[in-house]
Every structure is written in C-alpha cells, then in structure tokens.
Write a new protein. Sequence first.
Length: 636
Amino acid sequence: MTAPQGPDQQKPGNNNPQPAIPNQFAFLWLSAAIFLMVLWLQDGDQPRQQELAYSEFKSAVAERQVSEVTLRSEEILGMFNDQGVTSFSSESQARQPTTGFHTVRPPMEDPELLPLLEQNNVTIRATSSELPWWQQLIQAFLPWILLLALMFWFWGAAQRRMTQGGGLFDYAKSKARRARPETSHTTLDDVAGIESAKREITEIIDFLKSPERFRRLGAVMPKGVLLVGPPGTGKTLLARAIAGEADVPFFSISASEFIEMFVGVGAARVRDMFQTARKEAPALIFIDELDAVGRSRGTGLGGGHDEREQTLNQILTEMDGFEEHENILVLAATNRPDVLDSALLRPGRFDRTITLDRPHKDAREAILKVHVRKVPLADDVNLTEVAARTIGFSGADLKNLVNEAALTAVRENKDKVDAQCFDEARDRLILGEERDARLTPEEKQAVAYHESGHAIMAYFMPKADPLTKITIIPHGMAMGVTEQTPKEDRYTFTESYLKDRIKVMLGGRSAEKIIYGEVSTGAQNDLKEATKLLRKMIGQWGMSEKLGPLGLSIGEEHVFLGREMGAPREFSEKMAELIDGEIQSQLMALEKATVDFLTEHKNHLEALAKALLKKETLSAEEIDDILSKEGARKIA
C-alpha cells in the first residue's frame, strides 16, 4: 500500500529538487555562534596573571612592587613593576615569570587600601563593567544568534517533510492509501460463506471494468455501497478482495483518520480524497468504520457544529452535491447502522446495502476450507463436524480457531493438526484459558454442585440446548463451566425455549440452595443474564400474559446519541412499575420450578457432583452415562 501522490509532491521525472538553503543558513549561524563562544573563552592578548592572596597583595604594594591596579567591585587586577617580578615571586612562579596579578578583597571595607596605594605611588584605575566591550556584545547577541539558528533548523526540517509529502503544513492532504495490484493478494476466492454479497460485489466490479454493457440498457452504477454486519463477518476482507479483483484505482481509509484537532481538516481531507480519485476515475473509495464520522447530526451532548459533523457534511456533498461524480464508487463498512445519519442512507448516497451476518453451517465449512489451505491436517479432522460445533462463530472467529489449533499442534510437537488440537482450540476460545486457582475443598465442592445443577437442568429440560461438557477447572473468570451446543442454527426463539434457558441459568443457584440451604456469589453472572433475557421477553417480545403484546424499545437506544434524552419515553411510570413487577414474579416462579425439579432429582445431583469432583471434567457421553444409571437405579 502506498499513499496517492499529491499535486505538490515531486514527480519521478523531476531532476531539480529544492536546494537545502535553510540547512546552509542554520550551519552558518551555528558556526558563528561557536566562534563567538570560543572567542569569549580564550585569554586573548591579556598577559598571564598571578593569583595573589589579599594580604600578599598589600605586602607587595607596601614594598613598592606594584605599578598600577584596576578596581572592579571586589576584584582587583594589577601590574607589577619591573623590579617586582624578580623580588616578589614564589618558588613555583619564578619558573614562569608574570607581569600581572589578580586578587579578591574581603567583603568588608578596607579603609587602609586607598591611602596605602597613594603612599606608594600606585596608579589607580576604576571600571564600571566587569567585562570588556567586545565580551559585552557577545553576551548580548549570542542568545539571539542561537535562537535564529534553531528557527532556521526547524524551518529546514519542515521544508524537507513537505517535499516528501508528510510536511508540517500537510494536514489537509488525504491519508487514503492506494492499493496496487502487485501488493493486493486477496481475491474473491479467499472470501467464503457470503455468496450473495460476492454476487453483488462482482456486479459492481463488472460495471467498473465494462460500463458500456450496463449503460446500453440504461443502468447506472450506484454511488455508494454500505457493508453492514457484526464484527468479524468479513466486511474489510471483502473490501480487500475488491482491491485485488478490480482493475481500477482503489483508495482505502478509516473514517477516524479524517478527524484532527484542527477545525476544517476533516472536510479538507475528504475534498482532497475525492479530487484524487476523480482524476483517476473510474475508481473505488473504501471508508472503514463509517460510524466514526457518520453518526446522526444534532444529537448527544456535543453540539451541532463540531469537526465530525463538518466532515460528514463534506462526505454528503461529495457523494451527491452540485457536481456529478461518475465512475466513482464509495464503499463503506460499519457494524452500527442504527447510529448512522439518515442523509447517508438515502438513494443517491449509499444506494445499496449489503448485509453480512454470521455464517450458517455450510458457510462455516467453506470458510474453514479457505483458512486450512496452508495447514497440514491429520486424517481424523472432519471440517463438517468442526463447522457443526462452532455455531455462532464469525469468519474472524473461525480463522482464529484454525490458528489456535495450529499453535496447539506446535506446542505439542505434532507434525499435523489433528482433531484434538481443534477441540482444545475451541475450548480455549469458548471457555477461556485454564488458570491455576487454588480452591479450598469446600469451594471446590460448592462449584461441583453449582455446575451439576446447570447440567441437570440442561439435560432434562426438553427445549434446552444439548450438553457438550462440564468442568470445575477454572477457565477465564469462571470457577467452573457448563457448555451447551445447539443442534442447529437458530434465528427465532420460542417462549418455551427461552424459559428453559433461564431455568438452566438458575440451576446452579438452586442447587446451592438445596444442598447448603443458602446461596453464594457464584451465581452473579447467571442472575444478570437471566434478568436481561426476561426483560427482553416481557418488554420487547410481548411474552407476558399480564402485560399483553407490547413491543417497547427497552435497552435499544444509547444515551450518547441523545435520543433517549431528547425523546419522550414510550411508557408511563405505572407501566414501568408493572414491567418490573412482572420480571420479578416470573423470575421467582422460574426459580421455584427449578428448585422443585432439582429437589425431585437430588440423587442425580449428588451422583453428578461426586463424579465431577473425582474427574473434574466430564464429556457429554459421561454425563449421559451417569444420569442414565442413576435414573435406572431410582426406578428399580
């Protein structure tokens, strides 16, 4: 991927690059500053000076060895006379004769100094400055010289960055990356499980390659295509495949890259991106995570004229403004279509919406076949069975499953990835990684009864999903896990299925109540999920005889959009009280039914908990064997 070349960037054929004049100026200024600093520090033509103590200085004056002195506040500089050089010098200084001296007088006043100098005919000189005039000039101008040199250096750095296309004043340039055929290795063959979306995309690619065939019948290319779906369903992968298949320029960018701290930068980048694509039309533009700038305008607490809304307005103008943008197709992806501005979704902007959902069984098998192309598989791997056991997995989840299975095979030093590797990888993704939690024997027993309660309700409830595994080995944040796998993909749920599902959730807490006579904190997540599901059943799906067929938007809106704050509530306080009361009564009724059922099957609960404490992990076959034997023993 390389960035599109802007109009101010240097073209390959230009052999006259800009001279680095700012760098030369900076070098000259720095050289001058260094020269002045050296001049400051050097001794110059000043005679070598001897350091004297103040008492020695006064003795030298009394012996008439000093010819003149210069007084500078507390500092005294002086010159010896010709006789003083030989008659007054220490043994070490005699080897290096000096004509001048330097001393410092004490802080207190010495009234004897001036009379002593006058009596011995010493010439007295006084100066108001401690530095010579040329050093004063250096002291005054040196900081300015260094500041100018630093400014020229930054100026040169900014000029170099601008000539390379990423300069200090290059905020308005688009950051869209252009995909090139030699770097785009993903094609539509690498995309599986979304055949309907591939057909629509193939039609768009054909239109870009040969528009005359469509225009002959009066068909026009849509201006925008919106890819909608949960995370991991292949929206970005599909865009990469388009880049690999199309013979037209393809520009990709994330919507968050439009936004900067400076006002107007996002709109300027949108204009630059469309101008660049317009010059190379026909072209494709892909905007990932469109909801970053495409959220509804005039909502929330951020006001109505911020940088994000200006960027959105510019996108709307470019897609359907005063000018026609023929042969420019905008592709966008989002997993939040509910928050997008309505102006984006009208015809003329995003004319077509392609929905990508989680893959069904056959689609999962096709996706697995794509991802195992470079993975050596053992003979016992059956991708059909793997696809059947991965209900609810997205395309990204399946890719991660294959990768985790390969990593498991490497850890165990296997030559090929076998079925056991896929089972361990699936458990890691669903249950979480095993962790070392040192439970006390009492806690371990309580976890065993808790999970056994879940398992028995899942085993005996007619509408519940079948059991797959039960374990009391801590995984992730859970102390134990009871795993269920649906027999088939479900798209609608009946009231009886949902109530059996809630009973399974309440099975662990009910088992604790039967065995110990009290409950623990281990059912926190179970209660949360059960209450959440029951609230949807009553408030959204009308599954309550007391309240009737009401469809209320409970929990659908998001506060940050400002819709809940600005719109009146659909139901009254009395209705809210009725909903809360109905949720509570149904939850208590379902818990009572669960407690009664487990009390009746207490022998199954005891037998399963003992087996679980002994083996820690039980498969579906082992659970069926234990409960079947206990049921036969009870009948006998």
